[in-house]
Design a protein around this ligand. Structure first.
Ligand code: NDP
Ligand code: GDR
Length: 363
């Protein structure tokens, strides 16, 4: 039997790495698109890479970029995938206010470019397409909890770009009969989450504060509420969505919500620290209850021009139609992230002690 072939954009990212691993375990031949960078950035997938000189390596990388149609058409045509997972994006909401045009180009038009590449190479009825849609589409929420039928109200250039991507996916499904679907995923994290997203920023900083490598963690809106799940559980759902008889859109979430402040509390507990909060708004501070030292401060630089205050998903449709349920609890997610960041902070501690590297004490 010939192997199924998958093409993943954004393979060097958090989800790309987990999805590539999952598909390789399922016996797929996996092709990933990687953009050019001046430093190596394949840390998350290095363990999957095999010698390309061996016959038929199951995992292959191709240089390409979502802003470059010709590279996408060439890769889609060469690979002839059965399934395409479009995970690549400028995925940082705060950064999208700084780089709105680039965000629109990669996240909105990039999606269109892949869909067009499928049509141009004659794959529109052969390959299946997954679009990484987002709970950020709900933005200023119109209904609690949010489900597939909840109206959208995007609140950032990122979310507006993803709104285009969502609808162009629906439109190509309806216009050309393509098997194309949106996974509307709520926040999902892991030990390989990008370091500037709030969860990873917290776990990295608290591990380093615990070891005395850093003094303080600066955060923005501590009251923001999110529905946080584990990336490992969510990529399973991305695959499942492409295995159905009919393409449909699904919300993927845990149905449980926590604030950023709660995330800090639970993460701090993992290293035996209790954070005592004092003050409010920009004056709010978190103190280590044992030492009395201030370990968390609010820095308004991390506030966003328009914030998404609260998100809570209703994953009933995924549960009912796909039999999917998240396996990892909030507490286990935080524990796993803290454990990994503590180990990596210990390595930094060693190397700093020996004078080989300097790490700033504030981040
Ligand atoms: P990451 O930011 O970790 O990964 C994004 C990936 O896209 C990286 O591989 C990045 O490459 C690549 N990329 C960015 N711009 C381009 C470009 N112009 N051309 C080619 N590749 C590019 O995101 P996640 O893995 O967390 O998320 C995956 C997808 O899911 C994204 O589309 C995100 O918007 C969406 N999403 C994520 C959620 C989450 O909570 N994680 C929730 C809902 C949706 P490089 O490594 O070089 O930067
Ligand atoms: P989000 O994730 O914007 O939801 O987008 P992020 O972790 O960046 O922010 C979550 C919430 O925390 C608040 N916050 C801070 N955020 C960051 N990054 N840094 C801080 O210091 C800080 N302090 C408070 C934010 O204001 C926000 O309310 C993520 C991305 O993965 C998107 O690609 C994805 O689509 C959505 O999740 C679902």
């Amino acid at each position: 039997m010939t192997k199924k072939r998958a093409l993943i954009t954004g393979v060097t990212g958090q989800d790309g790495a987990y999805l590539a691993e999952l598909l390789l375990q399922k016996g797929y031949e996996v092709h990933g698109i990687k953009r050019r960078t001046s430093l190596f950035n394949t840390d998350r997938i290095d363990h999957l890479y095999l010698d390309p000189h061996e016959p038929d390596p199951p995992f292959r990388l191709h240089y390409g970029d979502l802003t470059d149609s010709s590279s996408l058409i060439r890769i889609v045509g060469q690979v002839q995938p059965d399934e395409i997972y479009n995970l690549a994006a400028q995925s940082h909401v705060a950064v999208s206010f700084e780089e709105p045009e680039y965000t629109a180009n990669s996240d909105a038009l990039g999606t269109l470019r892949i869909l067009e590449a499928m049509r141009i190479t004659g794959l529109e009825r052969k390959a299946r397409f997954y679009q990484a849609s987002t709970s950020e589409l709900y933005g200023l929420v119109q209904e609690i909890p949010q489900k597939e039928t909840t109206p959208f109200y995007p609140r950032s250039p990122y979310a507006v770009a993803k709104l285009y991507a969502y609808w162009i996916t629906v439109n190509y499904r309806e216009a050309y009969g393509m098997y194309a679907c949106n996974g509307i995923l709520f926040n999902h994290e892991s030990p390989v989450r990008g370091e500037t997203f709030v969860t990873r920023k917290i776990t990295r900083a608290l591990a380093r504060i615990y070891l005395g490598l850093q003094d303080r963690l600066y955060l923005g809106n501590l009251d923001a509420m999110r529905d946080w799940g584990h990336a490992r559980d969510y990529v399973e759902m991305q695959w499942l969505m492409l295995q159905q008889d009919k393409p449909e859109d699904f919300v993927i979430a845990t149905g449980v919500q926590h604030s950023v402040r709660e995330f800090v509390n639970v993460a701090a507990n993992e290293v035996g620290m209790t954070v005592r909060w004092e003050g409010s708004g920009v004056e709010e501070k978190g103190y280590d209850a044992k030492t009395g030292k201030c370990v968390v401060s609010v820095d308004p630089r991390y506030f966003r021009p328009t914030e998404v205050a609260t998100l809570l998903g209703d994953p009933s449709k995924a549960k009912q139609k796909l039999g999917w349920e998240p396996k990892t609890s909030f507490e286990s997610l935080v524990r796993e992230m803290m454990k990994e960041d503590l180990e990596s902070a210990k390595r930094d501690e060693l190397i700093t002690q020996h004078g080989f590297r300097y790490y700033p004490r504030h981040e």
